[in-house]
Design a protein. Structure first.
Lengths: 338, 338
DNA sequence: ACGGGCGATGTTACCGTTAACATCGGCGCT
DNA sequence: AGCGCCGATGTTAACGGTAACATCGCCCGT
């Protein structure tokens, strides 16, 4: 808006003067109305409305030593899985009057560290971190700050504080065993870069362990690591098919990759699952709609964010918590691609 | 983190005492290092590091009268188009040291109003709003506050302040004319609910005007309004096909809907585009990957957010702006579904 | 009639930082 | 040698609220 010759924003003092009372009475009328006489309260309310007074939460935060802000560090916003977690978090926190500050780390622990540092300077009341991989400096800063922290999306025996997640490794192993049980023996793997991404890393490990468990040796040529994006999934599928024309089933660490892989297979005239089977991970809306519908693993993505938000709100309100670590589990969803 | 018997967070004063100087010298050492003697500066730096001092941006914001926060109001976070805009915004602002506060309005002008109110209380330095549809109260609050505001995603002759967008209406008309030129005469429309969503509304209008321009009367039965989600697109396609088995082309106001529609058509054994043609809008990654590749309209989604962020940063830094209104345009991308 | 208590309101100080102005010593210039 | 200026640092007050304690009538019970 044009920087006109506007009046300065009205402050508590201005309202107080107009109402003929002290600042304290106004602040009470707004925050603890029952402590103020009805007549006074209404007079103040009228003036507040007339001058358009809005309390300054920055100043309030300074005295109360809490800002009402919660910071969320996510790898990126453009992934629908992550977006749903953030949406759940945002919704759950909004209910309790908290607001969400988001930072995108770009799948880098260093990036996360920078964002955590910035959030701490902002004096956020709590933080949500994606995953369990953090730099030493991040862990130290958080320990020193001593605020509620929820790590989301994975499990660990030593969480920083609270945690909401599920075992990517077990889930991936489950899917892999399913492929084996269905009779596939030439298994390929397409996954997101595992560096600084513990979910991707654990899915990869889950796949590897399951293969080992059924004595199916997989050398590196059966793995393709790539960006977490649909076209990258297609490109990875192309790579894998070129390397191993005999591949008969591919496990993809994310539905976005699996869909890319399916479409690449279709372009090559391969029938799914007869020529090549494909399994995904996440159960995006798209998975059930695909033709044929994609076998995948459902994770309660919105619920992860929602639960994390509720845990943060509980803790900040001093309410007792049931458990600081919540395993939200996963559900295998066999469909027609395997 | 456990609420242990931690020391209180170190303040400027503590650092000052340990360094044997005044608070002012410490704050200078941090913000205007050249004004402090090298020896003093280094001593302070050492102590800052040792005690883990982090400046309190809440307090700084109070004196400086600027918080370094920018608020973004979006309908929801789980749509990839929107997510990319937010990502662009976040990236552009991060470069200049601003942090992003996000709020989800749920495609409601009332919801937007509540979020704007909250952002103003937070004393954000600027705001990004999705679309050009706002309540009267929202417009008044923003006018009164007088901060930089960017509206994104559409065009209007009377922006609140700055704007980055493109004409949804013209773009939709362009696609519609393309369908007509390709010989299709039984055109259907699938779009997101137009209420409080001016992009959806304008796309719908663009389609309607283009049909009228070529004397192709379309009564309401040719329109299906629905949620902005892939399964909803499939369901809408089913509705449309049941209502009008003779429909030969469908324009979808978003790629997510178009993909849903394509998959529904495939499930019904309809060949695309021979039995039914489908056009989308947005050019998601998925569009080019589909089999057959989806005809759509590309909008520079990341660039909208990035540009909006840059405009906000410029304005807040007092840099002169080129133009307060930027039409980022769009590109028609004919592919194989039409 | 008087003391106690309570409801309504006011006063003071502080949250952590920075702008603005003040101070102080030394160095260069004439 | 004296003056002025400048670099380095300190002091004061303010940003806009709120906690904690103080004050002041008034009503009630005995």
């Amino acid at each position: 808006m044009a920087a006109a010759k506007r009046r300065p924003r009205p402050r508590l003092e201005e309202v107080a003067k107009l109402a003929g009372v002290s600042k304290m009475t106004v602040t009470r009328a707004l925050n603890e109305p029952h402590k103020v006489a009805a007549a006074t309260r209404e007079r103040i309310a009228r003036i507040v409305k007339r001058v358009g007074y809005t309390p300054d939460l920055t100043a309030r935060g300074l005295t109360l030593q809490r800002t009402g802000l919660v910071g969320a560090v996510v790898p990126l916003l453009t992934n629908s899985l992550i977006a749903e977690i953030v949406q759940g978090l945002s919704d759950a926190l909004a209910v309790h009057g908290y607001q969400l500050l988001v930072g995108a780390s770009g799948f880098s622990a260093r990036g996360e560290e920078a964002i955590v540092r910035a959030f701490l300077s902002r004096r956020v009341d709590a933080m949500y971190l994606t995953g369990i991989t953090h730099t030493k400096a991040t862990r130290e800063m958080l320990a020193r700050a001593g605020l509620p922290v929820v790590e989301g999306g994975n499990l660990t025996r030593r969480p920083l504080d609270m945690l909401v997640g599920y075992s990517s490794k077990d889930a991936a192993a489950l899917v892999t065993h399913h492929l084996f049980d269905r009779g596939y023996r030439h298994l390929g793997y397409i996954g997101a870069w595992p560096r600084d991404n513990d979910r991707a890393r654990d899915r990869r490990r889950g796949f590897a362990h399951a293969c080992a468990a059924v004595s199916l040796p997989r050398d590196d040529s059966w793995y393709v690591d790539t960006d977490l994006a649909l076209p990258a999934g297609a490109a990875a599928m192309a790579t894998l098919l070129d390397r191993h024309p005999d591949v008969d089933a591919v496990f993809c660490s994310a539905d976005a990759l699996a869909v890319g892989a399916m479409l690449e297979a279709q372009r090559r005239g391969l029938a799914i699952p007869d020529d090549v089977a494909i399994a995904g991970f996440d159960d995006l809306d798209l998975a059930a709609q695909m033709v044929p519908p994609l076998t995948t693993l459902r994770v309660p993505r919105y619920a992860i964010g929602e639960r994390a938000g509720a845990m943060i709100a509980d803790r900040l309100a001093g309410r007792p918590m049931e458990a600081p670590v919540v395993d939200v589990g996963y559900t295998f969803v066999p469909r027609a691609t395997t």
